[in-house]
Every structure is written in structure tokens, then in C-alpha cells.
Write a protein of this length. Sequence first.
Length: 664
Amino acid sequence: MEFQVGLWNNDWNSFVRFWFTVLLSLHVQFDLVASCPKECRCDKMYIYCNERSLTSVPLGIGEGYKFLYLHNNQINSAGFPMELHNVASVETVFLYGNQLDEFPLNLPRNVKILHLQENNIQTISRAALAQLPKLEELHLDDNSISTVGVEEGAFREAVNLKLLFLTKNHLSSVPIGLPADLKELRLDENRIAEIDEGAFQNVTNLQRLLLDGNLLEDDAIAPGTFKNLVNLKELSLSRNSLTMPPPLLPSVSLTKLNLQENQIKDIPVLVFSELRKLEKLDLSTNLLQTVPQGVFDGLRSLTYLNVRSNHWLCDCAIKWIVFWLKSLPSSVNVRGFACHQPDKLKGMIIRELNLDVLQCPASTEIDPWLTRLPPSPSPPRRTTIPPRTTPVTTMSTTVFHPTTTNPTPPVPNFPPAHYPPYEDPLKISLNVVNSTCVEVSWESYFTVTAYKVTWVKRSQNLMMDISQERTVPGEQRRLNLYDLEPRSKYRICVYILDSLNSYRPGEDTICSEIRTKSASKNSNNPSELDQVAQQDVTSTLLLAGVIGGVVLIVLIILLSLFCWYMHKKSRSSCSSSKWKYNRGRRKDDYCEAGTKKDNSILEMTETSFQIVPLNNEQLLKGDFRIQPIYTPNVGIGYRDCHLSNNSIVYCKSSNVPGVEFCHT
């Protein structure tokens, strides 16, 4: 008995624990569902509190949400409750377009991506970033951050920070104490006038560094500033005040170097000699007139060179460039070598110049290797070496004069023969996914800052709708275009953007056209199904309208015919039960109208016979008589004819022979 009681107690305890667990889980789930603040709208993993004129973060944000939208409000730095820091599920917070004047405290402790651009942030403290140990991407663009407003080592507290964007601020130098794992740093559009040699010594994993639009001069960049950035792939120094490229550039991994829109006049012959992986070099919009022979020889991986908007002087010193350009494989894209001086050659393409038009001093002799183009990218071999003397430099071109000595002449270092398999800087591919979606993919054999994709619908009369566009980062190579119209023709273009997000039409641009599919009723795309349903409703209404119109027309025609028939019949029929004389015919034409009780058929008779109406009883008994109406001498006479069954019919007068023709 005690055993049974104990067993029952154990079962009861298990039963209670089971239902307690179930109720607890339901309570937790209920809390997750019901934890949306009343000022916001919640949908699955998203909390939308943006554009609601909020001055502080709403209370009641519970667990289970990953994305918190608070942008375009009026939230100030004191509007972050302490309970917000304990929300562990939120990983992305959007706070741009508010009224923050310092880096906010009490943000969700596990946030990974934080957008704080377009505020008025002036100070950043170590304590604020120490609360965000998992922060990986920080956007602080377009604020009022100065060098003195950043506490030393503040960014180092974000130990997992990979991307730091500080574009359009008031920094006068590179912040001290950057996190070691930083991979991308944007400091463009600031007031940086000096960079210390140790500014980047702790960020050896940095892959992308943008310093465009600052106040940098040649002496402002310490020698060796970039040398230790062994993983750096892109360095951008455009829109500064440099008169020559900085020395000791990172040579291990650098693939893209932007030096456009400076004041570069001279380029040392060995400044690019170690950049063997450099693919894209931009020297456009500078003050270059000439470059020394062999300056590009070390660029073994070069695929794109832009030297537009320089003051190229087409004289004897430019001859080597003519031969160098003609020796390049077609896969190397070189743009901008056009004469600026003298006036007679202004605007002419240097590659297409005739060497006879280039004026050289009388004592100047071009190196013999320049007079023979190599059949392949490998250096030419010569068996005969003309006598040489000590080289004499004239107008940045090395020339030699005959003598008795035989020094080895300089051998041009042509790029290797391994280049991308296509000639165009861009290749685009379009794939129709369904009737409302097209997948756009492209290839580019040089690295760019960003791409712009535009698409516009073309109608049958060759007119185009309003063009739509979207900008994507330079690493992206694919984009899906949604909400297109079924069975429509679109023109899609991909543009290469520079660091200013500007582009020149026709340059580094490729376009293609494609037609979307017809809408299918079996599609799973909601937008496509809506369009199909809308088309079905429209088609049904149109069909119903056509059928209704046809039926209405038929009814009108039938009604018209009926009215016409009745009108005609009323003119040819009698309207009373009495004999009527028709004045329009002969006097012997007449008709007889039957009554409602008369079921016999009446018709117009001949001039000498009449069909006498008989009721149903007479027809059943078979009593009837056919009687002439009048005699040949137009005499008319009638008398009663009594039958055996007491029936009376009308008979001819007795003065006519054979008058009675009665039948019973």
C-alpha cells in the first residue's frame, strides 16, 4: 500500500512538472509575441519605430527581434533606457537621421551593425564602445567628429570591429588606437593634413583605405606610412594636394591605386616598380606632361590605366609611349593618352601618332629597341648591340651616342601574356527569372569602388519610361530587378563609378536589352500573381461587357422586329367581332373576327365560299356544311336548314337547284 502511494506521488510530481514546463514555454512565447512597443510595428524579426517623431527609444522591446529601426526621428543622446542594453537578440540598429550629439550608451549589448550617420555626434568615448564587444560594422558618416572629440583608444574597445566609416567629419588626423582586426577604413572628406608613420602600424589586416578629399601634401605623409599594410588591396588618395605619388607604397597585395585629382607633375621612375599585383591605376586630372621611360614596367598585372585630363606634351620624349601602347595586349585598357601640346597636335591620340611629327633635337637618337615592336610580350633578343657611351638624359628620355664601348642597353619589361579572356572592361549577363524579375550579373577585370545599374522600359513606339537606378558596392557582381512588367522590353546598363560615385557616360559602361516573360497563373511570385489576378479581372470585365453589349443589341433588334410585325398585323387585321368592309379592296372582300370562346381557325375566303366557325362539340359530332355565298347571278338568299339532331345551319335559298348539302 505504501509502495502504491509513493508511485502515485511520483507520477503526480512528473505530471505537475510536465504541465509547468508547457505553461512556462507558452508564457515565454506569449511574451515574445506581446513585447512589441505600442509606438512601433513589429513583424517577425523586425521592429519598425522609424519616422515617428520619437525623442527616445520606446520601452518594452523584448527578445526575439534582430533588426531595430529607429532612423529619422528626434532621439537625443539621453533617450536610451538602461533596459535596452539587456536586449540580447538585436544585432542591427538603424539610428541615422536623429539628434545625437555623442556616441549613445545603453545600446543592445550584442549589436553587430550600427548606423549612426547623419547626426551631430561630436564625441566618442571608450566606455560607449566598450559596451559593444560584438560590434563589426560602424557607420559614423556625416557627423561632426573631430580628432579631439575621439577619446584615445576608443575604437580599440570594439575588438571585433571590421568596418569603420568616418566619411564627412572634422578629423584633422587619423584616430589613434584603431582595432587590430579592422579591414576597411573610410576617412574621406575630412580635414586630415598629416599622417604619422605609426598611424596604421597596428592594423596590418586592413584591406581598403580611403583618404580622398583631404588636405594631404607630399610632406604630410611620412615615408613608410603604408609600407606595413601587407594586406592592403585598395588605397585611394584622390582629391588631395600631392605633387607626386607617395614613396614606399604597399607592394604585397595592392591591386588598386587612385591618385586622380591631385597636382602631380612628376613621377619617379621606380615609384611603381614593386607593385607587381596592381591591376588598376588612376592618374587622371593631374598636371603631368610626360613620364620617364620604363615607369610602368613593374606593373606586371596592370589591366586598367587612366591618365585623362593631363597636359601631355607630344614631343620627342613621348615616343617611347607610342611604342609601349602599341606593344600592349588588347586586354590592357589604357585611356587618356592624348596630346595637349603643341597646338598643332592638340587632341590627337598618342597611340596613333606618326613619329615624323614628333620634334626631337638634332643630336637625339631614339633607342633602337623602340623602332622594332616585339612579336610577343617577351622582351626582344638582339645579336648586334650598337656601340654606346655614357647615357645622356634629354627631356626625360634616355638616349645614347655612338662610341667604342658596348654597355648593355635597357630592355623594356613588358607585361606577361596572362590576361583576362575578354577585351571589354565589363561583361554583362541577363537572365529572365520570371515575368516580373530579371537577374543582372556582370564581370569586371579591374576593381572599382561601386557600380550603378539602371533599367528602363521600352515601349513599342521606341519611347522609354522613367529610368530607375541602383548603386551597389564594388565587390558585388549580381543584382535582381523586381516588380518589372510582364512581357515588356527593358534596357539595362551597368556603369563603373569612381570614389565620388560619379560617372562619365560612355566610359566603362555596358548595356543590353531583354524581354520579360508572359505572366503565368502557376507562378509563386506574389506580385506576379497579383498582376495575373488583376489581368484576369480586367479580362473578365471586358468579356462581360462585350457579351452584355451583344445581348443588348440582339434584344433591341428583336424588339424592333416584333413592333414592326405587330404594327403591320394591326393594319391588315380586324379589331372587332363584326363584319367590316375594307374600303381599299373590292366590296366582296371581307373578314370575320373570332371571339375568345371560338377555337376555330379563321382565314380569308375566296369570293364564293366561306368557312363557317364551328365549336368543338360540332366538330366532335361531325356536323358541318359548306354553303355557297351567292349565286352566279349575284342573288343572295339564306334559309334555315334543320337537321335531325335539331342543329341549324345556313342554307342557300330554295330557288336554286341543289341548294342543300347537309351532312350529319
